[in-house]
Design a protein around this ligand. Sequence first.
Ligand code: NAP
Length: 255
Amino acid sequence: MKNLFDLTGKVAIVVGGSRGLGRGMAVGLANAGATVIIASRGFEALQTAAEEISKETGGLCVPMQLDVTSLPAIQDFVTRVDEKFGRIDILINSAGINIRKSALDFEEEDWDRVTDTQLKYVFFMDQTVGNYMVEHGIKGRIINIGSLSSMIGLKNMVAYCASKGGIVQLTKALANEWAQYGICVNAIGPGYYFTEMTKPLLSDPEVMRKYQEKIPMGRLGLPEDLASTAVYLACDASGYVTGQIIYVDGGWLIN
Ligand code: NAP
């Protein structure tokens, strides 16, 4: 019987794949057999991550630089991927930034930086790859990254919450439009994971203690906790799942 979780022969892009959650999901896809292109701004970190992922998984992970907050850069990137690999089956949008500040003091420039990276250009990345998939008749998989704040309002991160709330609706709207092409669009909502992004918050032992108490499973997530969900949403096994957000949060949102 065919292994529905096998990604051999598939080409995947992970934006924000140089570290943190994106890197963890890139490892999952490479372990499942996909060729993985990781993309982010800092090339050195990207190159090191790609070498490590290839070595760790025995697969092929390739670094390609991209600042996702520019439509011409996205279009050029997709052209480069096509020239090099000839297809795109899977897209994961894991680029992210957060600016922690009270809503009363939040500045326009901060709002734009966060929502550009985490919502506006997620759409344009989805659109550019969506057009590519439709043009090439590829029944692809697109995975956007939400958060607990896709569902709840967390303090001192108003633009982050707004962008992650938007990810849910963006995902549903695209899923509805692109189901006719066999393209599934879903989202993953991670709970709390220790990464560069959350380090300033989670390095405080008191915050860490409070969060661990709040998580029914009693621990933060690990990048590999997300990898299996990413592989599921990227593979043939999830071909009838679209427009969903799956929270991988150790139970945080239960109560
Ligand atoms: P991270 O460790 O800081 O990684 C962020 C990644 O995004 C890096 O590869 C970074 O590389 C890349 N990036 C940032 N801006 C970019 C841009 N303009 N163009 C291309 N790449 C860009 O953060 P993380 O914790 O893994 O977060 C990944 C995603 O998960 C984000 O969407 C975040 O909101 C979400 N999330 C995280 C958590 C958590 O607990 N960590 C929880 C819920 C949701 P460069 O800086 O080199 O570009």
